[in-house]
Design a binder for this molecule. Structure first.
Ligand code: F3S
Ligand code: F3S
Length: 106
């Protein structure tokens, strides 16, 4: 079990969570951020600081966002476990779970 970022992060990317994570396991994608499920130490520090309540303990993910659990593992299949988000840089792409129309531009 681990913590998971879900739909509310998409196109918001507040990044307050990054500041709290003691193990630097929150990785940035083009439209949302992802918690590395193997690097997260389940400390819970990221969950209360997200202004849009996008972070959930995996067991507590709302039903409609359940796919974000497996998505957070799948998005790291290619790069494995880099051991730190700041050193590895942003992810090349987002997981298809968030695929959908981009928000209308202003
Ligand atoms: Fe996203 Fe919330 Fe972090 S919006 S980047 S999960 S603080
Ligand atoms: Fe990091 Fe702790 Fe969240 S390890 S991803 S701040 S639960």
């Amino acid at each position: 079990m681990t913590y998971v970022i879900a739909q509310p992060c998409v196109d918001v990317q507040d990044k307050a969570c990054i500041e709290e994570c003691p193990v630097d396991c929150i990785y940035e994608g083009p439209r949302m951020l992802y918690i590395h499920p193997e690097e997260c130490v389940d400390c819970g520090a990221c969950e209360p600081v997200c202004p849009v309540e996008a972070v959930f303990y995996e067991d507590d993910l709302p039903q409609q966002w359940a796919p974000f659990g497996p998505a957070a593992a799948e998005v790291f299949e290619e790069i494995g476990s880099p051991g730190g988000a700041s050193a590895s840089g942003p992810l090349a792409g987002d997981h298809p779970v968030i695929a959908g129309p981009a928000p209308a531009s202003a």
